[in-house]
Design a protein around this ligand. Structure first.
Ligand SMILES: O=C(O)/C=C/C(=O)CC(=O)CC(=O)O
Ligand SMILES: [Ca+2]
Ligand SMILES: [Mg+2]
Length: 401
């Protein structure tokens, strides 16, 4: 029997003791680093006697930054200690439990650099067919390295933040001159993000991911599909994707995913040594995308061709360092089936096949007022489920000009 009186906190529930994600909540006495237990958040600042001075020191404030910097030894020790505290029958003096739906979550860490990959073969082929109908859908580099681009760290926002429809240039097919205005093809990209920590290091081996990835969080990489095809050649995505990227407030430690590890699909040729995995780091994550409450897609992460360990190895192989607060995202998670696509671009085939939402409304791209939520879960130990915190956002009208 645990002292935590919450039916949603059990080994058979997604936010049971096998999960224990971290996040920062706004509380009456300021932002607080918390661990999620069922439908409650447990601020760690009240647990100094239980955690000991050293561990308490990294989680007693209002940001995850000190914890990200502390490194894997401390992450492991803290998680083990918290698991003991939350499964004990003794309520620690000073422990508070805050209902998660009554408190706002904050962006829990300072996003350092943000890299977005492109690791779903299905997504890459679908986008290739739509954006480059006269070329091979997959460029020859794609099976040899995890293609990615550098995003804009400063516009990563926490789940629940409204997303303002971006303005930009586009050139609709057949037009000679570009026009300017609010995007008419605002889209989502359901992705999985990896939050980095530990000592700044370059040339991270695929076997060293656990020393440099602190945790996993769902991401929605909002994308303007009319701005994108006009601006992206030859350097890649820019303003079509830099106005907002939403990340879930709850970051689940990488250690919670040991039972979710699977072999990623293999290319039919040898890889460079630095991309070879001795132990597979593909992940069996199940995602669901909801538009105004209607499930519109169920992407499966196990189809991703490049694992986060390979992505991190690639990101640092040239000598670039990974440092605490760096965020890299998987790329849109699309599976082979039409109901597994991670973007509206694919789900509606460039707007030609509208989705029908509950209540009969149709959607191609997003309208003002639409809310998109991505949820997910993974297999946990002993048949349990590891819940991933939701990432949600609502579109608001473009800024008046
Ligand atoms: O193929 C392209 O030109 C671009 C495709 C994307 O929109 C990809 C992107 O942001 C990476 C991803 O999410 O997979
Ligand atoms: Ca993306
Ligand atoms: Mg983005």
């Amino acid at each position: 029997m645990t002292w935590i009186d919450d039916p949603a906190f059990g080994p058979d529930r997604p936010f049971g003791p096998q999960t224990l994600p971290y996040g920062v909540l706004e509380t009456d006495s300021g932002p607080a680093v918390c661990v999620r237990v069922g439908d409650h958040a447990l601020p760690l600042r009240g647990l100094a006697p239980e955690l000991g001075a050293e561990l308490a020191g990294v989680v007693s404030g209002g940001s995850l930054d000190p914890l990200l910097a502390a490194g894997n030894t401390q992450w492991t020790a803290l998680r083990a200690r918290i698991a003991e505290v939350v499964t004990s029958d003794r309520r620690p003096d000073g422990a508070e439990l805050l209902p998660v739906d009554e408190h706002r979550m904050l962006l829990g860490f300072t996003v350092a650099d943000y890299v977005d990959f492109y690791s779903s073969r299905h997504h890459a082929e679908n986008v290739g067919r739509m954006f480059r109908p006269d070329s091979e859908p997959l460029l020859p580099n794609w099976t040899h390295l995890p293609v990615g681009y550098h995003g804009r760290a400063g516009t990563v926002v926490v789940s629940g933040t409204d997303v303002v429809r971006p303005d930009g240039q586009s050139r609709p097919p057949g037009d000679e001159m570009p026009s300017f205005g609010p995007s008419k093809r605002l889209d989502i990209e359901a992705e999985v993000g990896f939050v980095c920590g530990g000592a700044p290091t370059s040339r991270v081996g695929t076997a060293e991911i656990a020393d440099h990835v602190f945790g996993v969080a769902l991401v929605n990489d909002w994308s303007a599909r009319d701005i994108q095809p006009w601006e992206y050649q030859p350097l890649g995505p820019h303003l079509a994707k830099s106005f907002a990227t939403s990340i879930a407030g709850w970051i689940t430690p990488l250690a919670a995913f040991v039972d979710a590890r699977v072999e990623p699909p293999k290319p039919d040729h040898a890889l460079q040594d630095y991309l070879v995995e001795k132990e597979p780091w593909g992940l069996d994550l199940h995602l669901e995308v909801r538009c105004n409450g209607t499930p519109v897609s169920r992407p499966e992460f196990r189809y991703m061709s490049w694992s986060p360990a390979q992505q991190l190895a690639h990101m640092t192989v040239n000598g670039a360092t990974v440092r605490p607060g760096d965020l890299f995202a998987s790329g849109t998670v699309s599976g082979p089936d039409q109901d597994q696509y991670g973007s509206l671009l694919e789900l509606t085939w460039a707007g030609k096949e509208p989705l029908v939402l509950d209540g009969g409304e149709q959607r191609t791209f997003l309208e003002d007022g639409d809310t998109v939520t991505v949820v997910g879960h993974a297999p946990g130990p002993d048949g349990s489920v590891v819940g991933l915190g939701a990432v949600t956002g609502t579109i608001v009208a473009a800024e008046p000009r």
